[in-house]
Design a binder for this molecule. Structure first.
Ligand code: BYC
Length: 337
């Protein structure tokens, strides 16, 4: 089946020619598959098929890029937080996202690619990052909604990755998920305060933010399973444990009740409980918007990438100074050796 995702992959030159394998490689791969089937974790020094390595590198580096690009929409509000308490929380949260990026870059480096290569892929637009960070943060309520919905979706997607077959990624995810659950709670708490103690204008601001973020959040889980070219192999290898559609459904089911507690409505006239399925039905996602954003043409793609490139260029003197310091230190310890 030809899909929009395949079209994008072909444009990016990612469609691979079939590779002929030696008998030894076939045997190694059979042994590898048996380890996956037995639920073993794969460590960095273990043999792995090249496609497994590439798939992980793609997913982990994109995940790392999402964390550091994800600092930008929220960073936008640090100077305008309404109270010192909310400013301290937001500052800590944005700093956590930077930390998540670093754990993930470190996990990706174990697959044999340098951080400089990964940054280069991000800065030249070759690597993707989550579509969600290409939307603008227009009001303070967006900070609460990012915590509640975006981090909520992130947790739903990331908890199963704590059991990913690649151990360095799984280990990084354990710590990230713990921190993400605080992020989600602080978002919910901030919205709860506005909805229960706020003025009508504050309540309207929350509802407006929910209306703007809801559909983009559902897109975070990726294309539907039948349009997801990577899912089948990633599920086979235990990189992904739960499919895009199943995770999206779990998220909707969990969020509807939270919205009721907050007293906000979700902007979907087709959202209703389906007794037979024991799940909420929800309306059609605008996949053309998703592919437009993933393809680089979302509301803030250029701004986000521009900010990352500028930060990289402005930080060149820090990297140069650190390298000069490290080589002086190395020379000094050589002399004293
Ligand atoms: N945005 O075959 P599929 C955070 C791409 S950070 C952009 O289903 P896969 C946070 C996909 O990459 C949250 N692109 O792919 C941080 C593929 O293209 P390529 C980030 C997307 O990999 C700061 C193509 O579409 N979370 O929470 O099997 C502040 C076909 O898709 C998206 C992670 O990165 C998207 N939403 O499944 C606050 C989690 N969806 O790569 C919060 C780890 C799909 O072939 N990643 N694409 O060119 C994953 O779990 C999986 O990679 C995905 C996609 C479920 C995202």
């Amino acid at each position: 089946m030809y899909t929009q995702a395949m079209d994008l992959m072909a444009k990016e030159g990612k469609t691979e020619a079939p590779v002929l394998r030696s008998a030894e490689e076939v045997q190694l791969e059979e042994r590898f598959d048996a380890r996956i089937d037995a639920g073993d974790f794969i460590e960095a020094k273990d043999w792995m098929p090249e496609h497994y390595r590439k798939t992980l590198l793609r997913q982990i580096s994109q995940h790392a890029h999402s964390e550091i690009v994800g600092m930008l929409p929220e960073g936008n509000w640090i100077t305008r937080a309404p109270t010192l308490k909310r400013k301290a929380i937001l500052l800590a949260k944005v700093q956590d996202e930077g930390g998540h990026g670093l754990y993930l870059y470190a996990a990706a480096e174990t697959l044999g690619t340098s951080r400089d290569q990964m940054f280069d892929a991000l800065h030249t637009g070759k690597a993707k990052y989550s579509s969600i960070f290409n939307y603008p943060t227009l009001s303070w309520a967006d900070m609460g909604v990012i915590g509640w919905l975006v981090d909520g979706a992130a947790i739903m997607n990331q908890v199963p990755i704590c059991r990913c077959s690649y151990a360095p990624y799984a280990r990084a995810m354990v710590r990230i998920c713990r921190e993400e659950s605080f992020h989600q709670r602080q978002g919910f708490d901030s919205l709860f305060v506005m909805m229960k103690q706020g003025t009508q204008a504050q309540k309207d601001m929350v509802q407006d933010a929910v209306n703007r973020w809801w559909w983009a959040t559902l897109m975070m889980f990726g294309p539907t399973d039948d349009q997801s070219p990577n899912s089948a192999q990633s599920m086979r290898w235990g990189i992904k444990r739960i499919s895009n559609d199943e995770l999206r459904q779990k998220f909707v089911d969990a969020t509807v009740e939270q919205a009721q507690v907050l007293g906000v409505s979700l902007p979907d006239p087709d959202l209703r409980w389906n007794e037979e399925r024991q799940h909420y039905d929800f309306g059609a996602i605008d996949w053309s918007e998703f592919w437009r954003v993933v393809g680089g043409d979302g509301p803030c793609n250029r701004e986000r990438l521009g900010a990352r490139v500028k930060a990289w260029e402005d930080g060149a003197w820090v990297r140069d100074a650190a390298l000069a310091h490290a080589s002086k230190q190395a020379e000094r310890s050589r002399k004293h050796a």
